[in-house]
Design a protein around this ligand. Structure first.
Ligand SMILES: [Fe+2]
Ligand SMILES: [Fe+2]
Length: 479
């Protein structure tokens, strides 16, 4: 990619509300970082569509009444901006040992390493998902979906900018080094992988993409809500604005899966059977297959919240760095100095034990529970669709104990309900619980590119409406 950095006026090229044109040092750091970002986008961004005109939303302000504009843009020319929610006057730290003290406008020395690490971890997920999704354009089920994929991609790119801005502005030299490292790691790379497991999984097909935006991006949403509580005010403001965009990513996942269900139900009605083979013969996704994908993506995403009992979680909460998603509205006790909670955990001998742990140490679990609740909302809607069509089938979230790779339940064999079973039974039944090789091959066989405006692939129903009040058959991408 040819990026002439000499001609770029960064202070006006980068939409921002952080007064970049007067902040020489940060501007210089961003100028230094930008060519590497463009190279990364060229190498790892959406493959085959860099010259296409895409009808995209670009954030240019943080005014809730109008913060974005829609227009055709070539993705490499997208204006990735740095936007923070407006500073709240006299904001105080809403939790932890610094509860009700003024929020920090600079990084407190004693929390510097911990804050940097959290920002880097959040930042690392943003380019990771772009990398995971880079081949999906080739098999998009419609122009509408293709456009939504690219919208998510450019916004994850902007989220990377948001984290890099914080690193470069507030963390000096090591912040700049971390910013460079964010462009060096690669999803799924054996030598230099992304930091979190689910962000190294392949997202090879569109069913996985919708599962990813529903389950994995939703982890992102919960993390952003928690960081939006942070005592470090610039981080809080950054995350609050990112959540504005994140709502669209949730929408893509939820409506994407709803449209898959809708199409499947149509096929079941047309053929008069719920036999998976018959559904597949019509080129749709049978509901049991959908359940297996869901089991896989939900359990992978649960690991992102970390261990049930965690001293790290205790210190990020205790030190006012990362709160609970609804810190100000859901809880009475914001300090949790003496509070405890009960956890039922495996005892290491095939049984269970009850453990009482400090509430601060259980914060990962508190977050995970909030996440599970949030995940259930979509399932209720999809199940309503299924029920209304007259079928007894119900999609369900597996137990949070099922197939875990991080935390107390790592490698503890359970069934989908979380009941402890022996290893042999687990191994025997697992293929029926997560996508098999033939499931994946079948899904792969459905992935045919559809590019006529308004046309949909056979496995997914059209959306109820188009983007930004435009019709569904609008030419959202000019290839
Ligand atoms: Fe993001
Ligand atoms: Fe996202």
């Amino acid at each position: 990619m040819n990026v002439n950095i000499m001609n770029v006026d960064y202070s006006t090229k980068i939409p921002n509300n952080v007064n970049l044109s007067e902040d020489r040092q940060v501007l210089k750091a961003l100028e230094g970082w930008h060519p590497g970002y463009m190279n990364w986008w060229g190498d790892m961004g959406p493959e085959g569509f860099q010259q296409s005109l895409v009808y995209l939303r670009t954030a240019y302000s943080v005014d809730p009444r109008g913060w974005a504009k829609f227009d055709y843009v070539k993705m490499p020319e997208y204006r990735w901006g740095i936007l923070l929610a407006p500073q709240e006057e006299n904001r105080v730290i809403p939790f932890g040992q610094h509860y009700s003290e003024p929020a920090w406008q600079e990084v407190p020395g004693e929390h510097r390493a911990m804050l940097r690490r959290l920002i880097v971890i959040q930042g690392d997920t943003e380019p990771a998902s772009v990398e995971q999704q880079r081949h999906l354009g080739k098999t998009a089920p419609s122009l509408y979906d293709l456009r939504n994929l690219f919208q998510v991609n450019v916004e994850e790119g902007r989220h990377l900018w948001a984290m890099v801005y914080l690193l470069q502005k507030y963390f000096g030299r090591d912040g700049r080094e971390e910013a460079d490292e964010l462009l060096r790691r690669r999803s799924g790379d054996a030598d230099s992988p992304r930091m979190l497991g689910a962000f190294n999984e392949a997202t090879p097909d569109w069913l996985s993409f919708f599962m990813f935006t529903y389950f994995t991006d939703r982890d992102g949403k919960m993390q952003l809500h928690s960081l939006a509580q942070s005592g470090f005010d610039p981080l809080s403001r950054t995350c609050r604005f990112m959540l504005t965009e994140e709502a669209h990513h949730m929408f893509v996942g939820e409506t994407g899966l709803a449209r898959v269900v809708k199409r499947t139900l149509e096929v079941m009605k047309e053929t008069g059977t719920d036999d998976p083979e018959a559904v597949r013969r019509q080129g749709a996704v049978d509901l049991p297959l959908l359940q297996r994908y869901l089991n896989f993506w939900f359990s992978s995403s649960l690991d992102l919240f970390g261990s049930e009992v965690s001293s790290n979680a205790a210190s990020t909460f205790g030190n006012g760095i990362k709160g609970r998603p609804d810190e100000t509205t859901q809880y009475q006790d914001h300090v949790c100095a003496d509070a405890t909670r009960e956890l039922e955990l495996p005892d290491g001998q095939g049984g269970l034990k009850n453990e009482t742990v400090g509430m601060r140490n259980a914060m990962n679990e508190v977050l995970r529970e909030a996440y599970v609740k949030d995940c259930e909302i979509g399932l209720k809607r999809w199940n309503m669709q299924i029920k209304r069509a007259g079928h007894a089938f119900e999609l369900r979230l597996p137990s949070t104990r099922f197939r875990r790779a991080i935390g107390a339940w790592t490698n503890v064999p359970t069934d989908l309900e979380g009941k402890l079973i022996n290893r042999e039974e687990f191994e025997r039944r697992l293929p029926a619980w997560i996508p098999s090789a033939s499931d994946k091959a079948f899904v792969n066989s459905l992935m045919q590119r559809v590019v006529q405006p308004g046309k949909m692939a056979a496995w997914i129903a059209p959306p109820d409406r188009g983007v930004n009040n435009l019709p569904v058959d609008y030419e959202y991408v000019r290839i």
